[in-house]
Write a protein that binds this ligand. Structure first.
Ligand code: DGY
Length: 328
């Protein structure tokens, strides 16, 4: 019998991280393409010392109970952790790790990619060519919105929101931002102006969301907010799907209340095949891949492994979302 700690890893993750886990632990890795079904997850965590999980795994009281009192650490390979009941983990004295920072630039790159793709109708135009419909250069063919000197509204001015602002400077954009508390230092450095939420929605040509999913941000963008936006505006979401009300978004796109949306995340995920949003040419949807650069995913895996191993050794996690667990 190995005396290495027992851990469960809920999916195959990049080798840089997995190799660390395998070297130091008795690791069981779920190798399915889909997340482990709930009943299996509850079974697999029984008696483990550590859990390395993903945003697709609901980590709640029932699961922590199923794991047992020896569970020392929950390490999530993502920056967002709305799938984890952190309060419950804290109550049980379990530190929860996440992977901030290493995916900031990749996610900001991708938010800008979506923004530009939706503005200039890249996916629609590529489908037009593939369908054999390209007959000639057309003076009116696929006209889209300018990025250069447009007004960008950033909702959530943390690491990723600020990284998006840095990119916007290269396009000479007017940069507006909104957050629960204004960040004057970052705003000054990035030439961004704080606006109340509704004013940002009214003035922006592009609205990009960089906020966590919390009870306060659930359906933050709904029918009222979409009506405040310009009819020419583009909405970009790389945060969490439920921040946007999908039914309200569909109505706004159909009625022309906004021009387009580009979504990396949806409610629910994956988006159901019968979602009316999938029928709209002005709604670009991709499968939650904003952080999916090779570099960034490798670093996320390494960081998740580092959190896991620190927790198993009883050390403070390098990136802990509930540091209060150490002062209880
Ligand atoms: C996160 O890290 O929270 C992203 O949604 C996936 O990388």
């Amino acid at each position: 019998m190995s005396n290495k700690p027992r851990v469960f890893v809920t999916r195959l993750i990049p080798e840089t991280g997995l190799q660390q886990v395998r070297e130091h632990c008795q690791a069981e890795v779920w190798e399915g393409e889909l997340p482990p079904p709930r009943a299996i997850l509850l079974e697999k965590v029984k008696g483990v010392d550590g859990l390395l999980c993903l945003l697709t795994d609901p980590i709640d009281a029932q699961l922590m109970e199923a794991a047992g009192p020896q569970l020392k650490v929950i390490s999530q390979m993502a920056v967002g952790f709305d799938n984890v009941d952190v309060e419950e983990a804290t109550r049980r004295g379990i530190p929860v790790g996440n992977t901030p920072g290493v995916l900031t630039e990749a996610t900001a790159d991708f938010a800008f990619t979506l923004l530009a793709s939706a503005a200039r109708r890249v996916v629609e135009a590529a489908a037009y060519v593939q369908a054999g419909r390209w007959k000639t250069w057309g003076p009116m063919l696929f006209l889209g919105a300018d990025l250069w000197e447009a007004t960008l509204g950033i909702v959530g001015f943390g690491r990723i929101g600020q990284a998006v602002a840095r990119r916007a400077r290269g396009f000479n954009m007017r940069i507006l931002y909104h957050d629960v508390t204004p960040n004057e230092e970052a705003a000054g450095r990035l030439g961004a102006q704080y606006l109340p939420f509704d004013d940002l929605l009214r003035q922006a040509d592009f609205v990009t969301l960089h906020i966590p999913l919390t009870p306060e941000t659930y359906h933050l963008i709904g029918a009222r907010e979409l009506r405040l936006m310009k009819p020419s505006a583009v909405l970009v979401n790389t945060s969490r799907g439920p921040v946007v009300d999908p039914a309200a978004l569909y109505q706004a796109l159909v009625k022309g209340e906004i021009a387009a949306a580009a979504l990396d995340v949806t409610e629910p995920e994956p988006i159901p095949l019968d979602s009316p949003l999938l029928t709209l040419p002005n709604c670009l949807i991709v499968p939650h891949i904003a952080s999916a650069s090779i570099n960034s995913r490798h670093k996320m895996a390494e960081m998740a492994a580092a959190n896991l191993l620190a927790g198993l050794r009883g050390e403070r996690l390098p990136n802990c979302v509930n540091p209060e667990v150490y002062t209880r």
